[in-house]
Write a protein that binds this ligand. Structure first.
Ligand code: ADP
Length: 367
């Protein structure tokens, strides 16, 4: 049983303080102005994969970054050594910064406090270290999932809407049919609205979204997508052809890349002119480090100003609102996230009134 605390009992307060520090959920790292570690709690041991006994009492210097075992800890003590640093607050105490590491991916928030002596001098520093990797991953995955799911639902629903709209215009419909069509149009419209709200709510935080990379043939994926696009191409009176391409097997998340391809083909068809052409090419890049795919159309083209912004969420070009009032401005945003997640790049070459060529690359050896 614990004794009640007696007044003036020496050492008890620090012992209790130390128990509190030990059990804080964040990593706690205390060091003196010469970088001699004074305290290192359990959470810090877990985050850094280092035992307190190995570092407490030891002076840490930037050169310790060479030790693979200590590297992560040293980069947090000396953030200028970390691969990516974002300052959240540095003009008042505590100072706060976010650090990002790769291999393995870690996202860390560090809060730095000074410890002052009786005469106001700095006698040490306390770093609170919060590992936000999982939190960030979950937020990114969740919003990415909502965006992709909603965007996939949106395309068929838009088509249903469009069909109902045409049916609605049919002359001499039996009255019950006319009422049924109008009501269903209303419901489809409402579903679209819900999807749009979901997308609003998703507000992608960016970052990672758990790509599953496996070798797959980019040329074959394009061939299937070109076939799938045929009905919509016919409806728009646009022809889609693919230059002959040998197999181009690269590590990818084929489902996600399929989504990118479908979006690019869909845009090339719907922002085309009547009787227009879409040409697809898949070939190794000049330096043979990447496979380059391109979707070229003979459509309305994109102004230089719009080209700068197209890949942002919800952005739509000024020249398309009337042509295609139902666009969401999400297709290219999603495409950019997916391609960059693979370590590739995406871009556009375009001239107003002449057409556009959207291209992307995927690293042959993977990210
Ligand atoms: P959405 O097509 O739903 O508007 P996207 O993100 O796919 O959303 O495209 C964003 C914008 O980029 C489009 O609104 C359009 O202005 C422009 N765009 C995309 N592809 C083309 C293209 N092939 N030709 C002309 N403009 C295009």
């Amino acid at each position: 049983m614990r004794r009640p605390k007696e007044e003036g009992e020496a050492g008890q307060a620090p012992a209790e303080l130390s128990a509190v520090v030990q059990n804080i959920r964040e990593g706690v790292l205390i060091y003196d102005p010469n970088y001699r570690v004074l305290s290192f709690n359990r959470a810090a041991e877990e985050i850094f994969g280092v035992n307190a006994a190995e570092v407490v009492g030891r002076t840490i210097g930037p050169e310790d970054v060479k030790s693979p075992h200590l590297r992560f800890l040293v980069e947090v003590i000396f953030p200028s050594l970390a691969p990516s640093v974002t300052t959240i607050q540095d003009n008042v105490w505590p100072q706060i910064m976010d650090l990002i590491f790769e291999d393995p991916h870690r996202e860390i928030r560090v809060t730095l406090n000074r410890i002052m002596g009786e005469r106001g001098e700095v006698i040490g520093f306390l770093k609170l270290v919060a590992d936000r990797t999982r939190e960030k991953e979950l937020a990114g995955e969740q919003s990415e999932f909502i965006t992709v799911a909603a965007h996939q639902l949106r395309t068929p629903l838009t088509a249903i809407n469009w069909t109902l709209e045409n049916l609605d215009k049919t002359p001499n419909l039996p009255p019950e049919a006319a009422v049924g069509i109008r009501e269903t149009r209303g419901l489809a419209g409402r579903s679209l609205k819900i999807i749009n709200d979901l997308l609003e709510a998703a507000r992608l935080e960016g970052g990672r979204f758990g790509l599953k990379l496996e070798p797959a043939d980019l040329a074959a994926l394009f061939q299937t997508a070109v076939q799938n696009a045929k009905p919509i191409a016919d409806a728009y009176n646009v022809s889609v052809k693919m230059d002959p391409a040998p197999a181009a097997v690269v590590p990818m998340d084929a489902e996600r890349i399929g989504l990118v391809i479908a979006n690019l083909l869909d845009n090339a068809i719907k922002y085309n002119v009547k009787g227009g052409v879409v040409t697809v090419r898949v070939a190794p890049d000049e330096d043979r480090q990447f496979i380059r795919a391109s979707v070229k159309d003979s459509g309305v083209g994109i102004s230089p100003e719009d080209q700068k912004n197209l890949f942002q969420k919800f952005y739509r070009g000024g020249n398309v609102a009337q042509m295609e009032p139902n666009g969401s401005g999400l297709g290219l945003y999603i495409a950019k996230n997916i391609i960059e997640g693979h370590g590739g790049r995406i871009g556009v070459i375009s001239e107003v009134g002449r057409g556009s060529e959207f291209w992307f690359t995927l690293p042959i050896k993977g990210k």
